[in-house]
Write a protein that binds this ligand. Structure first.
Ligand SMILES: Cc1cc2nc3c(=O)[nH]c(=O)nc-3n(C[C@H](O)[C@H](O)[C@H](O)COP(=O)(O)OP(=O)(O)OC[C@H]3O[C@@H](n4cnc5c(N)ncnc54)[C@H](O)[C@@H]3O)c2cc1C
Length: 354
């Protein structure tokens, strides 16, 4: 935006409270937004829509963020298969991934002196004492996301190597922070991977990334289709509104990586210090919380929501629900047994040689 002579307006506050003055100040005649699928997010959209309606302004919705356009799926939202394997089979067979739009060469901006400032961490409720390491590899913005893609696909990089690692470190493209915040479009990632496949041949890591993009779409479409009914748990809403009591001491041990389980502790410490752990790590710590500590999964999902740098409502709550057996696509019973889960993921415990 700055290169095109404008900027992004940054305001602190609630959208439904700020939008009225914005519309008046900048004489806005139409408001466009990307529709989200989580209940809290859609509720905010509804409040903004109400406020705008009073000013006789229409809020125009777009459903974005996904690899496949809703219109390009081989079924209407209400008929999307609830089982991921069926969604995958039919979508890959009958739907197309569209090309990316070109970036606009020019945009007309309103005259504005003050574009606002990014808030300091303290304004977002973090104390400077919080142990948040600044991860230079995870800088926001599309430019940084594209640099990450370029590194990922550079000849000789990890993505071309067959990793038979049995350590906690599995191949992870680490694309989710940019995808979650809309800095990178899933379509762009898809077509860049396809181009690399053409040039260097298909491999397991490319397939993992493309499968991940499909999972991402699946969870978003599931929430679009079912809303909160995605959670097949009697009493889910009352659990969220007035949660069952939790053993705070045990919960704190899990959060701080002090459970005594070496793998769980390693991943939880990584989560707190970097805001990111790979998929295997998320499965392990979630399985441990739910099936070993027997703590309700919503506590884990809420903690991930607070800590993850790639937090995304549908992916986070959808994956947690599946680990807990409260989702719609129930996996094998291995999901509920930590030791079997570790075996399936082919990880050796740290410090234990097998
Ligand atoms: C308990 C739990 C909570 C999770 N919470 C989130 C979350 O808040 N945000 C989030 O983006 N992912 C979440 N995931 C999914 C997944 O773990 C991360 O997307 C992945 O680890 C990101 O690493 P990557 O970019 O290297 O993934 P890759 O394997 O390289 O996959 C490429 C992309 O596909 C998407 N993706 C991959 N796997 C999944 C999946 N199972 N579900 C949805 N999308 C997927 C991500 O956008 C990812 O960047 C969660 C998984 C679990 C088990």
């Amino acid at each position: 935006l700055q290169k095109l002579g404008g900027d992004l307006l940054i305001l602190h506050g609630k959208p439904e409270e700020l939008i009225t003055d914005l519309v008046t100040e900048f004489e806005i005649s139409e408001v466009y937004h990307h529709r989200e699928v989580g209940p809290e997010e859609t509720n905010i959209s509804a409040m903004v829509e109400d406020v705008l309606w009073k000013q006789r302004i229409n809020l125009k919705h777009f459903i974005g963020h996904t690899l496949y356009n809703k219109e390009d799926l081989p079924f209407p939202i209400k008929d999307i298969p609830d089982v991921f394997a069926q969604f995958k089979k039919k979508t890959e067979r009958d739907a197309i991934v569209k090309a990316c739009f070109e970036s606009p060469a020019s945009i007309s901006f309103v005259d504005n002196e003050n574009w606002g400032e990014l808030p300091e961490l303290s304004e977002l409720g973090f104390s400077t004492a919080d142990n948040i390491s600044e991860n230079i590899q995870l800088r926001g913005g599309e430019e940084s996301g594209l640099l990450h893609m370029a590194d990922l696909l550079a000849p000789g990089s990890e993505v071309y190597k067959k990793l038979n690692s049995k350590t906690a470190e599995k191949f992870s493209a680490k694309l989710s922070p940019w995808l979650a915040l809309g800095c990178l479009s899933p379509r762009k990632v898809y077509w860049m991977i396809k181009a690399a496949e053409q040039e260097f041949g298909n491999n397991q890591n490319f397939s993992q990334i493309l499968l991940g993009l499909l999972y991402r779409d699946y969870y978003r479409f599931m929430f679009k289709k079912h809303g909160i009914k995605f959670f097949q748990e009697p009493g889910f809403e009352s659990q969220v509104q007035s949660p069952e009591k939790v053993d705070e001491f045990v919960m704190a041990q899990w959060k701080n990586g002090e459970t005594g389980h070496p793998l769980v502790d390693q991943y939880m410490k990584e989560l707190v210090t970097t805001g990111f752990i790979g998929h295997a790590g998320r499965l392990i710590v979630a399985t441990y919380l739910v099936h070993v500590l027997k703590i309700h999964w919503t506590y884990g999902a809420a903690y991930f929501e607070e800590k993850l740098i790639d937090y995304s409502a549908a992916s986070n709550w959808g994956n947690w629900a599946n680990v807990a057996g409260a989702g719609l696509d129930l996996k094998s019973k291995n999901m509920y047994d930590l030791e079997k889960q570790i075996k399936v993921l082919e990880i050796d415990l740290p410090g234990v040689s097998v």
